[in-house]
Design a protein around this ligand. Structure first.
Ligand code: KIV
Ligand code: ZN
Length: 528
């Protein structure tokens, strides 16, 4: 029986590629623990497939995909592979412990790529696709094939290559708009022509994968779905190569809100969208623009008096969705400085965190520190505190103490004490152009390390003067690139915590992109 026939024909499958295409965004560097945290949230969100990474790219990528395959239950876990034997071996070895593994293999079909990137011929592409799908199928029942740069390829040739993939057992055929070039009408026509030239495509699930270079990723994905695709490849907050991918939250809500026009649905628990968006933003340091559809801070804010008045009288006058539907109401849960351990545990459970034992003690201590400085601790604060605390690794470097002096008439000075994984404590002092820079330099002095600051993002978890600040720092040295996050009511402390974590990741070797990257340059050159 065909895959398409065996499922609900109106169900659109959501294939999340936050951890693969999304992780390829410039400046993003997630370690294995952070990838697991995101993958668990994707499972709570109800995605059908998690593309967990590109296992051949580096041992760090391989390990993270393998951990996700072993630990995350629910979705299919997919590993990406070029149409080359070692890639397919690596992808299979990384995902084989999942309950539902999938290998996703790809090869370009456009003449631009064939002539200039791969420097081979259409015949080589056909042979490569056949061999890759056959090899993947010999390991794994579920195999996805992508003709890369499909939308700039000749449709007849693309159809021929896709038909070969189906002949060799591909269960899903994905049609990438790799460079974000197509338009909705053109993409829909491409699907129509593919079905005509390769009738066997009716027996498998077709998929869309659209990039946002012209701001059309969601519109193009939707056009592909209306033309028959039943899988959408997308990423939380639309992150991905260059301008990014189709945004998961936007396509999921589009399918839900306009079910009246298309009769389609997904399995997404939309109440988890806002949390997924915040988590990905916090861990990647990619800030969500305030006016971002569905999950932006202002997505449900009404500024004009006429709109406010209308919404107060009847929400639907100016709102097409309810903030609660996407989980943007979670800020209401409030604790105060007198709340006890039990209340904290309850509140965390309501937010989906099961925290016990030492982790609860740590979270409680941190909660008390924050509650002493803040009148009310909201759900958003709790989420930030707990994810901040949970990422603390026992064997890592820790900020024991810090001090910063600054003023308009003096050179800022920072002083820190750092506890090393060995238990040794060292101090450092330095000046800088501002107090944050002075503290960063003091941390380097205390650890004797060298690192280049690549990114620094600061934001507030909630509104209000006593809001918690959250900081993401990305550092680079010869070991690779890592990020760290910190949360505190004091922005300098949040910055110092984030810096120490990023540095700890570089120094203790848990960086996902380490020196091994240098040895996999060849892989990166050919990465999608
Ligand atoms: O954009 C692209 O073509 C890709 C493929 C690997 C699907 O990411
Ligand atoms: Zn892509």
């Amino acid at each position: 029986m065909s895959t398409q026939d065996s499922t609900d024909a109106n169900r659109v499958h959501i294939f999340d590629t936050t951890l693969r295409d999304g992780e390829q965004s410039p400046g993003i560097s997630l370690n294995a623990a952070e990838k697991i945290e995101i993958a668990q949230q994707l499972a709570r969100l109800g995605v059908d497939v998690i593309e967990a990474g590109f296992p051949i790219a580096s041992p760090g990528d391989f390990e993270a995909v393998q951990k996700i395959a072993r630990e995350v239950e629910g979705p299919t876990i997919c590993g990406l592979a070029r149409a080359q034997a070692p890639d397919i071996d690596a992808a299979w070895n990384a995902i084989k412990d999942s309950e539902q593994p999938r290998i996703h293999t790809f090869i370009s079909t456009s003449d631009i790529h064939i002539q200039h990137q791969m420097r081979n011929s259409r015949e080589d592409v056909k042979k490569g696709a056949r061999a890759a799908v056959a090899q993947a199928k010999s390991y794994c029942e579920d195999v996805e094939f992508s003709p890369m740069d499909a939308t700039r390829s000749e449709v007849e040739f693309t159809a021929e290559v896709c038909a070969i993939a189906v002949e060799e057992g591909a269960t899903v055929v994905n049609i990438p708009d790799t460079v974000g070039y197509t338009t909705p009408a053109e993409y829909a026509k491409f699907f129509e022509d593919l079905y005509r030239f390769a009738p066997s495509l009716k027996d498998v699930r077709l998929s869309v994968h659209c990039h946002d270079d012209l701001g059309m990723a969601v519109a193009n994905s939707y056009a592909g779905v209306l033309a028959g695709a039943r899988q959408v490849e997308c990423a939380i907050n639309g992150i991905g190569e260059r301008a990014g991918n189709c945004s998961l939250e936007e396509i999921a809500m589009l399918i839900k809100v306009r079910e009246d026009v298309h009769g389609l649905h997904t399995n997404i628990n939309t109440r988890e969208l806002a949390r997924a968006s915040r988590m990905v933003s916090r861990l990647t340091g990619y800030v969500v623009q305030p006016n971002k559809a569905v999950v932006g801070r202002n997505a449900f804010a009404h500024e004009s008096g006429i709109h406010q008045d209308g919404v107060l009288k009847e929400r639907e006058t100016f709102e097409i969705m309810d903030a609660t539907e996407v989980g943007l109401d979670s800020n209401q849960l409030v604790l105060g400085k007198h709340s006890g351990r039990h209340a904290l545990k309850d509140a965390l459970e309501q937010l989906g965190f099961v925290v016990d034992g030492e982790a609860l003690n740590q979270a409680f201590k941190r909660f008390k520190d924050v509650a002493d400085k803040k009148k009310q601790v909201t759900a958003l604060d709790l989420e930030a505190i707990v994810s901040d605390e949970m990422r603390e690794r026992p064997q890592s470097h820790e900020l024991e103490w810090f001090e910063a002096e600054a003023g308009s008439e003096r050179k800022p000075v920072g002083r820190v004490r750092i506890k090393h994984p060995s238990g040794e404590v060292t101090s450092g002092e330095s000046t800088g152009d501002g107090p944050v820079e002075a503290v960063f330099a003091a941390i380097l002095a205390a650890t004797g390390a060298e690192a280049e600051l690549r990114e620094y993002h600061v934001g507030a978890v909630t509104g209000g003067e006593d809001a918690l600040g959250q900081v993401t720092v990305v550092l680079k040295n010869e070991n690779g690139t890592t990020s760290g996050q910190g949360v505190s009511t004091d922005i300098i402390e949040a910055s110092a915590r984030a810096y120490v974590r990023a540095l700890g990741n570089l120094l203790d070797g848990s960086a996902i992109r380490q020196a091994e990257e240098a040895t996999s340059e060849a892989v990166k050159e050919n990465a999608p």
